[in-house]
Design a protein around this ligand. Structure first.
Ligand code: COI
Length: 339
C-alpha cells in the first residue's frame, strides 16, 4: 500500500491525524468499531476512569519498509497484554482478532501518516477506559476502547547517543503485588515526579528498584532494563512480578538466543549492574536506547560498552530487531502482520 510522503517526524510528540477508532462496551458486550474524526471525546464527569482510574493502554508501531509495505510488529502480543491488564483492573477483555482489526483499521485510515522508510514510525496507542458514571468503589459496567495513531521519531532525542540514568530512591513505581505488571495509566503517572526531578539534574531516564528491598533492578520509567554480561555472552533482564512484560524485551530475548547468547531472566541486584558491559532501555517507544551510566546513591556505574552509543552486542540485537520490523530480514518467528 502506498501513501504520499509526510515530513520526517521530530521526536515523540502528539500530532493530529485524520481519524481514530472507537468502540463502546455496554450491556456486557462490545459494539461495532467506528471511525471518528473529532479528536475530542465527551464523557460523564463521574466516569470511572476519571476518579477511580480504570484506564489501561498499549503501545505499538507500524513501520514502512524500503519496499513501501507497512508492517505491524507482534500485535497479537499487545492484544494478550491488554487483556491481562483488563483482568487486573476488572475491565472487559477484547477478542484478540477484534483488537487487531481495530488497530489495522486505525492504521489503514491514516496510512498517509506512516513515515517513509528510515524517517520514523507510526506509533499506535490503543487504550480502554471506564465511561459509566460511578460513585461506589465498584468496577464500571460501561467502557470505551480507542485506537489512535501518531507519526513519531526518536523517544529520547538523538537516540543513537547514550543517556545517563538515575536510580530513584524517594519513590516506587509499583508495589510487589500491585499493578506494576499491568499497563495501567497510573503506573506512568506515579513515575512522573521522580523523572521530572532527575531530568532537571541531567538524567533523562529513571530506573526503579523493587519496592520491598530496594536492592533489585525493576525497570525504567519508560521501558524494561537489559544488561549484557562482562563476558559478552549473556543477555540479562530482571524477573519480578511487578515489571511490565515488554514485547520488545521478549523479542530481543529470542533474537539473543538466535545469536547464540544465553538469556537469563532473573533477579538482578543493582550492585551487579556495574559489572555489565552494556546496558539498554528497551520498549516499543524507546526501541533499544543505550545507557551510558547509572547513578545509584553516591556511586556512578559507568557502562563501558554503551558509553557513547549501542555497544557491539546491543547493536547486533537492535539491528536484527529493526531488520525484522522493517521487512529487511526474514520474519522467521512470524512476528509481522502486513497492513
Ligand atoms: C511504549 O513504549 O509504547 C510505552 O507505552 C511507554 C511510554 C512511556 C511511551
Amino acid at each position: 500500500m502506498t501513501s504520499s510522503a509526510i515530513p520526517a517526524p521530530k521526536g515523540f510528540v502528539y500530532s493530529d491525524t485524520d481519524s481514530h477508532v472507537e468502540c463502546v462496551y455496554k450491556d456486557g458486550e462490545w459494539g461495532a468499531l467506528e471511525t471518528v474524526a473529532d479528536p475530542y471525546i465527551k464523557i460523564h464527569m463521574s466516569a470511572g476512569t476519571l476518579h477511580y482510574g480504570q484506564t489501561i493502554f498499549e503501545g505499538m508501531k507500524a513501520e514502512k519498509g524500503k519496499d513501501g509495505v507497512v508492517r505491524l510488529f507482534r500485535p497479537d502480543e499487545n492484544a494478550k497484554r491488554l487483556n491481562r491488564s483488563a483482568k487486573r483492573l476488572m475491565m472487559p477483555t477484547l477478542d484478540p482478532d477484534f483488537f487487531i482489526e481495530a488497530v489495522m483499521k486505525a492504521v489503514k485510515e491514516n496510512i498517509r501518516f506512516v513515515p517513509e522508510f528510515g524517517t520514523g514510525s507510526l506509533y499506535i496507542r490503543p487504550y480502554m477506559f471506564a465511561t459509566q458514571p460511578v460513585l461506589g468503589l465498584d468496577p464500571a459496567t460501561e467502557y470505551k476502547f480507542v485506537v489512535f495513531v501518531v507519526p513519531v521519531g526518536d523517544f529520547y532525542s538523538g537516540a543513537v547517543q547514550s543517556i545517563p540514568a538515575f536510580v530513584v530512591e524517594n519513590s516506587d513505581r509499583a508495589a510487589p503485588l500491585g499493578v506494576g505488571a499491568a499497563k495501567v495509566a497510573g503506573n506512568y503517572a506515579a513515575s512522573m515526579a521522580s523523572t521530572r526531578e532527575a531530568k532537571a539534574n541531567g538524567y533523562p531516564i529513571t530506573l526503579f528498584l523493587d519496592a520491598k528491598t530496594r536492592t533489585y533492578v525493576e525497570e525504567f520509567a519508560t521501558s524494561n532494563f537489559v544488561g549484557i554480561s562482562a563476558c559478552g555472552q549473556k543477555y540479562l533482564t530482571p524477573c519480578s512480578a511487578s515489571i511490565l512484560a515488554s514485547i520488545t524485551n521478549k523479542s530481543l530475548e529470542a533474537l539473543a538466543s538466535d545469536l547464540g547468547l544465553s538469556v537469563e531472566r532473573r533477579p538482578i541486584l543493582i550492585e551487579e549492574v556495574k559489572e555489565f558491559s552494556e546496558v539498554g532501555a528497551v520498549g516499543t517507544a524507546v526501541v533499544c536506547s543505550p545507557i551510558s551510566q547509572i547513578v545509584y546513591k553516591s556511586s556512578v556505574f559507568n557502562i563501558r560498552g554503551t558509553a557513547t552509543g549501542l555497544g557491539p552486542i546491543l547493536q547486533k540485537l537492535y539491528d536484527a530487531l529493526r531488520a525484522v520490523q522493517q521487512g529487511e530480514a526474514e520474519d522467521k518467528h512470524g512476528w509481522i502482520k502486513i497492513v
